[in-house]
Design a binder for this molecule. Structure first.
Ligand code: KG4
Ligand code: ZN
Length: 327
């Protein structure tokens, strides 16, 4: 079964063709990131205008690269949410029109389920259900029990900022640009993670997350020590101390993810984890999970780097299971 997937929930415009849920025949991702950079975050107006301009070409490109004609596809899948309203509308209306004119069924897919599926898509190993799922992206941070890809239960989620959002905001405070994750990871490698005492706030519910407190702690530290955007004009950036802030923040932010995921595994007596979303690209997070998994007899599966960020292959992949009503 071949499914054409379309994803436009944030700044990316993506299309992909996936066969039988795992074989990626094509995956094309266009991004308007360069147009947002100077504003320090995603501007929804710019995102959906760029998506309107490019969606036709990107879908054509994915179809051509897959070598499967549109008339030979079995279904069209599209992200229905959550995401930016205007951006979602571009993808949904395009997919609806395409499904109507090509008389294909349209499968509507939850974006977060797509992220949870992305580790399966990368296909290094077979994942046995049930698993604990962790979505950690720019807009969401949540823990799930996945019994099948049509039976996903939310255990807890962030009560304020998402983890990726905290990376982006901390980078902004330190004057490092957008997006924050990759640059913080890079600078952190030269810093001391024990230099500054930072930790994520406790939450009332054990599987919820909170990232706004740690972000504010970095803000106060930067103000007090005149770092990043708080440095006096004309001063040379204190790169050593900025690296220490990055390392200390990254360590605390990622440690909370690992600790809560392992606690969920213990509570639900589940020994397998899948991780998805942009922050899953972080190598330190992968190493932390690898070490903790070994100690606790748990296996953690991550997507390939290209499937961490928003993409349409994860949407077409999970749509295969949704269309069949089972895993
Ligand atoms: O999943 P994604 O592409 O978009 C959403 O659905 O939100 O994730 C983007 C987020 C951004 O916040 C970005 O800073 C973060 O993922 N990110 C990272 C890394 N690469 C991207 N965070 C930490 N470390 C990274 N290497
Ligand atoms: Zn996403």
């Amino acid at each position: 079964m071949r499914i054409l997937g379309i994803e436009t929930s944030c700044d990316e415009t993506a299309a992909a063709v996936v066969e039988n849920g795992t074989r990626v025949l094509s995956s094309v991702v266009g991004s308007s990131l360069s147009f947002h950079r100077k504003y320090g975050g995603i501007i929804p107006e710019i995102a959906f205008r760029k998506q309107l301009e490019t969606i036709g070409q990107i879908v054509d490109c994915a179809i051509n690269e897959s070598g499967v004609q549109l008339k030979k596809m079995d279904a069209i899948a599209v992200t229905q949410g959550p995401g930016l309203a205007g951006s979602l509308l571009v993808g949904i209306s395009f997919a609806e029109a395409l499904a109507l004119t090509s008389t294909k069924p349209l499968i509507r897919v939850d974006h977060l389920s797509g992220h949870l599926y992305s580790a399966v898509l990368s296909g290094q190993r077979k994942i046995r259900m049930p698993v604990i799922g962790l979505v950690v992206s720019g807009g969401h941070t949540g823990l799930y029990v996945i019994r099948s890809f049509t039976d996903i239960e939310l255990l807890g989620s962030t009560q304020d900022d998402a983890c990726g959002e905290a990376f982006d905001k901390v980078a902004k405070i330190l004057g490092l640009g957008y997006p924050g994750g990759p640059v913080i990871e890079k600078l952190a490698s030269a810093g001391d993670r024990n230099a500054i005492r930072l930790r994520c706030s406790n939450t009332k519910e054990p599987f919820d997350f909170s990232y706004s407190g740690i972000k504010t702690a970095v803000l106060y530290y930067a103000q007090k020590n005149r770092l990043g955007t708080y440095a006096p004009e004309g001063h040379k950036p204190d790169t050593g101390r900025i690296a220490d802030v990055c390392a200390s923040f990254q360590d605390a932010a990622l440690r909370a993810l690992v600790e809560k995921t392992l606690a969920a595994c213990r509570c639900k007596r589940i020994r397998s984890v899948v991780v998805g979303g942009g922050v899953a690209a972080n190598q330190v997070l992968r190493d932390m999970f690898a070490a903790a998994s070994k100690q606790n007899g748990i296996s953690a599966t991550f997507p390939s780097q290209e499937h961490c960020m928003d993409n349409a292959a994860m949407i077409a992949g999970i749509a295969y299971h949704l269309s069949r009503g089972k895993t």
